[in-house]
Ligand binder design. Structure first.
Ligand SMILES: *Cc1c(COP(=O)(O)O)cnc(C)c1O
Length: 468
């Protein structure tokens, strides 16, 4: 009996070729064939195990699952997201958003050949670094510069060039770890340089560095403790004092700045982030910083400093392994050009514009969103405005907040965690943050042009029904 029923179901299994013909418009044949075979095999196994229902075996049912899997497979994976977290340099959401000028340059670099490594004046081979070096020197006051893949690579490259096999003196209070497993002691080990820790976690004095200097010393390193603060009974040696010590012993002094601001954010209430210009002026021989943190550009590592060191760094074979690509370089050049006029930079570079944005602007944006949500959501979700605090993020300026406004959503029929998840799973995902019993959509990191899509996203989620 049982065997007969199984035979009957097995005979009903649709033919692979017929299904492939039906899926001809749903995706590439190779992919469709694999998915169809897997689906049919899975149903066959369920039949043999006596677990298949008659409705699973039909051609329509199997085709439906194949179509779903194909659509899922072909959907873009790397997608734009609406950042309503209020964290401006959000590493998980791609750090900085580029200004239109930079994006146009990126597209132009991809659409045609370029003078990436071709000197148009002489007709000879050129250097990709020369395209931004002059701008960087003008902006930072440094003698020379180069750019690499990211700041982690910049630190590794500088250490490998100037200190491999020799000692680098660092304060115990500056052995930082940043997100994504970048740790100073580990990068140092990979570079072949030997870490010579001095001082205590909370206090390091100039004499600690001085006493550690020996024949093996290659460099004095200062690391900007960008993502934490040591407070209380503390002491750190000022860069200028370290520079004077380095000069007396003919040792280079490097500062890993991390964020690397070319723009002074102090007028916006953010303290503790020195500008690159200040660090160069204080005499640092080599300074490294990120392209996509406070600078507001694409992912890159920027190295500026004295020519005698930068030239050695450029010639290091490791530099070839961490070199910057043409798209990044194209975007970065535009960012630097904007910085030539700080008033233009703060207007055009989204990261800076978001930092400079008064709370009042965030409040008006919240009101625009509220107007689109209140009536349609009446009875289904409490919608109001909340005063919140945004963060710069990206490991910059910890503990410092920017006053902002959010739209707060408190669904009546399901948990706030359900709302958060549904928004995250939309084709244009929205990421907010849950605080107490509400979902906050912080308007500081939402662009004006995104307000209508954000409202649509929220309304779509409520159209999905009230079941959890
Ligand atoms: C962020 C940071 C880095 C790493 O920079 P990436 O551009 O993310 O590679 C290195 N050092 C410090 C101090 C940082 O803050």
């Amino acid at each position: 009996m049982r065997g007969e029923e199984q035979q009957r179901l097995l005979r009903r299994l649709p033919k692979i070729d017929a299904m492939l013909a039906a899926l001809a418009d749903a995706g590439p044949l190779r992919l469709a064939r694999r998915i169809v075979r897997e689906e049919v095999a899975a149903v066959r196994e369920r039949i043999l195990a006596g677990a298949a229902r008659a409705d699973e075996v039909s051609e329509e049912a199997i085709l439906f699952r194949c179509r779903q899997r194909l659509a899922h497979w072909l959907a873009p994976r790397f997608r734009p997201v609406i950042n309503a977290t209020g964290v401006i340099v959000h590493t998980n959401l791609g750090r900085s958003v580029l200004p239109a000028e930079a994006m146009q340059a990126v597209v132009a670099a991809g659409e045609a050949y370029s003078n990436l490594e071709f000197d148009l004046a002489t007709g000879r081979r050129g250097s990709r670094y020369s395209l931004v070096e002059e701008l960087l020197c003008e902006l930072t006051g440094a003698e020379a510069a180069l750019v690499v893949n990211n700041n982690a690579a910049a630190v590794l490259l500088v250490l490998e060039t100037l200190a491999a096999g020799r000692e680098v003196i660092v304060s115990r209070g500056q052995l930082v770890e940043i997100g994504g497993s970048f740790r100073i002691p580990e990068v140092m080990a990979k570079s072949g340089a030997i870490l010579r820790e001095v001082g205590a976690t909370n206090r390091t004095h100039l004499r600690d560095y001085e006493m550690a200097i020996c024949e093996q010393t290659a460099m004095l390193l200062k690391v900007h403790t960008s993502n934490y603060r040591i407070t209380g009974f503390t002491a750190e040696v000022a860069l200028a004092d370290l520079v004077a010590l380095g000069r007396r012993h003919d040792l280079p002094v490097m500062e890993d700045l991390g964020s690397g601001c070319l723009f002074d954010v102090r007028p916006y209430g953010l303290t503790g982030e020195p500008t690159v210009q200040e660090v160069v002026a204080a005499g640092a021989d080599v300074v490294t910083f990120s392209g996509d943190k406070l600078l507001g550009g694409p992912q890159a590592g920027i190295i500026v400093g004295r020519r005698r060191y930068i030239e050695r760094i450029k010639k290091n074979p490791l530099n070839r392994a961490v070199r910057i690509d043409k798209f990044t370089l194209a975007g970065l050049e535009q960012i630097f050009r904007l910085y030539l006029d700080p008033s233009l930079a703060v207007q055009k570079i989204p990261t800076l514009a978001m930092i400079a944005q008064p709370a009042e602007t965030c409040r008006r944006r919240a009101d625009r969103l509220l107007r689109r949500l209140r009536r349609p959501l009446a009875g289904r979700c409490a919608v109001d405005r909340a005063e919140v605090e945004s963060r710069v993020g990206g490991g910059s300026l910890p503990e410092q907040a920017l006053a902002s406004w959010a739209v707060r959503l408190r669904p009546a029929q399901f948990a706030v965690s359900v709302l958060e998840e549904r928004l995250r799973r939309l084709p244009l995902p929205v990421v907010g943050r849950i605080e107490d019993d509400g979902l906050l959509l912080d308007m500081r990191t939402v662009f004006d042009r995104q307000v209508p899509s954000l409202a649509d996203a929220v309304l779509t989620v409520f159209e999905q029904g009230d079941a959890a």
